[in-house]
Design a protein around this ligand. Sequence first.
Ligand SMILES: [Mg+2]
Length: 227
Amino acid sequence: MPRILLFDIDMTMVRTDGAGRGAMDAAFRQQFGIEQATEGMVFDGRTDHGIFNECLERHGLGGRDLSSHFERIAESYLDHLPGRLAEKGGVVLPGVRELLGALADEDAVVGLATGNLRRGAAHKLRHFGLWEHFAGGGFGDRHTVRAELVRDGIAELETKFGLAAGSAGVIVLGDTPLDIDAAHLAGARALGVGTGRYSPEQLREAGAEFALADLGNTPEVLKILLG
Ligand SMILES: [Mg+2]
């Protein structure tokens, strides 16, 4: 039975150096004439659905029109994102490319559990040449609660690969306590990766079954993911 592995994107696999925030700010500027709309907001571990809606509400754009405003901001954000990614460059974090290459030869289903919009995830991972490694997963288009997108991701991949529900061991890889909690609420285990704002110790304290400073040591990571 293959293992299902669900990767977070931002600060777990890649650093986009503010491209996402820049695209959001550009969207709010273009659509509503609001400057620096996201100033002071924390994005780590959250979903785009949650972030965009909070930002709309803090600028008085909530209420009855929230969902139509959300659609408008999401489309504009997706328009701006490729340009911001090209401008900022960003980096693939240590060992990620090697790990994904090695997993292609293993009995594992490789997917995503990310708060990014599905099309935003595709833009980010295509920018780094990583998108083709992922068979699908859970995304942040509809959910504010991260566990729900992890459940979506598991269900999508079970269906796609003909796996009985709940039969595959699932490991979520993420850089924040929110990733760890979401994994557990969805019945998965978690590998905390210390490349974001949290150390491996903090991620272990948050309940991660496994934690590493980064994904740089491919044999060690494979042992955790497939062991
Ligand atoms: Mg992250």
